[in-house]
Design a binder for this molecule. Sequence first.
Ligand code: ZN
Ligand code: FE
Length: 248
Amino acid sequence: MSVTVHQFPCLSDNYGFLVRDDATGLAACIDTPDAPAILAELAKLGWKLDLILNTHWHPDHAGGNAAIKAATGATVVGPAEVERLTPVDRQVAGGDTVKLGETRFAVIESGGHTLGHIAFHDAADKVAFVGDTLFTLGCGRLFEGTPAQMWDSLARLAALPDDTAVYCAHEYTASNARFALSVDASPELKTRAEAIFAARERGEWTVPTTIGLEKATNPFLRAPLLKPGMAPHEAFGAVRAAKDAFKG
Ligand code: ZN
Ligand code: FE
């Protein structure tokens, strides 16, 4: 059993992801930031789209659903909140399983950026698609949820195996790294940030990351260590508020 993940940049700073179940050749797209770009990539690869998997309702994640469904006949799978923007064929929530051929994605509740945000985890292949919850050295803004809700969501993702490949929906890493350096003096972060700045100078992507790398250097996951004496979700809330105010 295995999957192939095809990643490509689209819009100003989103990534599109197509994932193929190698046993059957069936493919899914994770979110629909840019329908023409996704359809062009599918045509280039010759993959057959079976599923559209949405992480949350924002237009840069579900805005291309209708056009892609019309072009491919794919089934739209997502959290109920996506109905705010566009129809969903199958609503899923944390604890559900989505099958793509022989591949199984566990749905992980990851609300906070939006209330109903979900992530998709394929444990057998050690890949997770986390939308706008966890970013390389960052996390999503709290547009709808509370710090406590987001902290619980991040903790669920952090509990995945360290070698899980984490596919975040945006390339925000250089700016995340500048903020991280302002709140965390750890040598591991400094080394990683330098490598990230150099990679971005060369135009390289910093997605996917891994759970292990984020646990070691992401200031949001490290918030309880950076703010000792505070409850973990309050420490997280303080770091998130500092990022919201950061001008860097
Ligand atoms: Zn979003
Ligand atoms: Fe987004």
